[in-house]
Write a protein that binds this ligand. Structure first.
Ligand SMILES: [Zn+2]
Length: 119
């Protein structure tokens, strides 16, 4: 099990394992957030936070919402607006302790245009 936490500690996530790969996406939202995504099944991630300590942002077709801490502003994850049994979610790996993901490969995804990897 691996834990992530926002800067102030009010929004914590628990994931079952270290990610095999991280994704740096250049789409209009990810490049601004500066996030590094680790993907999991929605059902295997625990969000440990008061609902009132988080806000979210959706754009475009509004299938996803990007969640952040109300206090320190760190983006913690994205998830589908309508969560289903097989839903996936993205956990911002920037919020893991640095030592835990140092050796995990980062792939650069061209989410802005082709949806292919650039490396
Ligand atoms: Zn916080």
């Amino acid at each position: 099990m691996l834990k992530s936490t926002c800067h102030c500690g009010l929004v914590r996530l628990e994931v079952p394992r270290k990610p095999r790969r991280l994704t740096a996406c250049n789409c209009s939202i990810c490049r601004r957030y500066g996030t590094l995504w680790a993907y999991y099944k929605h059902a295997e991630v625990q969000v440990v936070a008061e609902p009132t300590s988080m806000s979210s942002y959706s754009w475009g077709d509004k299938h996803l919402r990007f969640v952040r801490c109300n206090t320190c502003g760190c983006v913690t994850h994205w998830e589908p607006v309508d969560v289903k049994d097989d839903s996936r979610m993205g956990v911002n790996a920037r919020n893991f302790e640095p030592g835990t993901i140092d050796k995990v490969r980062v792939r650069r995804l061209d989410g802005a245009s082709t949806w292919k990897f650039l490396d």
